[in-house]
Design a protein around this ligand. Structure first.
Ligand SMILES: [Zn+2]
Length: 258
């Protein structure tokens, strides 16, 4: 009958909505290992840095990640135009918006123990762009009217971009964007693609896991809004472990089957 046709016509569109990467389910062993690894260490502590020190560290990592991020976008059939913006507020959070804008808060540099840990946080946001999570209607609906103001603020920051490639943003723009939430599947996808980006940029993948452990240990403390947008419990770490084993076996190719 006629009414069935529109539904059939939708099927190719639904196929296009497949995720860029869907990792395997984690095993009970991976989960119990995540639980004990979280319990095995202390929560990270903030190192006090000047604005200049934090900016230099973030600019250094962003610059090194950018080419690998561009390649990841291309592998997934997208073009990403990176713009990195520094938010001087002391929270540990980063956010993706616009066509390739990444806002990084000062706390990312202060809490990360090294460039590799910082690289994972930034690469995770780049991965949200690469996997086309940012332009989704869900995100637009969530930000609503606030989007125009944030994008204007980001564009203003970028007009005065410094030679190191990191623009100075207004304090708190990263927190304004913290209203954005992605699905758990999208977060796992961003962790796996982000790990690929940081690996291709020559960063140590083991430090991505230590950053996830640090975030999990900070859970329940109030220092970071990242935990409201990026819950980091044992299941996130176990999923990460399962994805890394899977990506390793597949030779770190992106865009297979998606
Ligand atoms: Zn995320």
């Amino acid at each position: 009958m006629r009414p069935a046709l529109p539904i059939l016509a939708l099927l190719p569109l639904l196929a296009c909505a497949n995720p860029s990467y869907q990792g395997p389910a984690f095993t009970p062993m991976q989960e119990s290992r995540a639980v004990s690894d979280i319990a095995a260490g202390p929560a990270p502590v903030r190192r006090s840095m000047t604005d200049e020190q934090a900016k230099q560290a973030i600019a250094r990592v962003a610059k090194r990640l950018a080419p690998a991020g561009t390649t990841a976008c291309r592998d997934l059939g997208r073009a990403c135009n990176w713009r990195f913006i520094y938010d001087p507020s002391q929270e540990l959070n980063a956010a993706a918006t616009g066509e390739g804008d990444i806002i990084i808060q000062r706390g990312v540099a202060e809490y990360a123990r090294n460039d590799d840990e910082m690289a994972f946080v930034i690469a995770h946001e780049m991965a949200h762009h690469a996997a086309n999570h940012v332009q989704s209607t869900t995100q637009r609906a969530q930000i609503g009217g606030a989007l125009a103001g944030i994008l204007a603020s980001v564009a203003g920051a970028y007009a005065g971009v410094q030679t190191d490639g990191l623009a100075q943003g207004a304090a708190g723009i990263g927190s304004q964007l913290a209203v954005i939430t992605y699905s758990k599947a999208q977060e796992r996808e961003a962790d796996a693609i982000g790990a690929t980006i940081m690996r291709r940029a020559g960063y140590d993948l083991a430090e991505a896991r230590t950053m996830l452990l640090a975030l999990a240990r900070l859970s329940g403390q109030a220092q970071t809004s990242m935990l409201s947008t990026h819950p980091a419990g044992p299941d996130r770490i176990a999923s990460f472990d399962a994805a890394i084993a899977d990506m390793e076996a597949a030779g770190w190719r992106l865009g297979r089957g998606g």
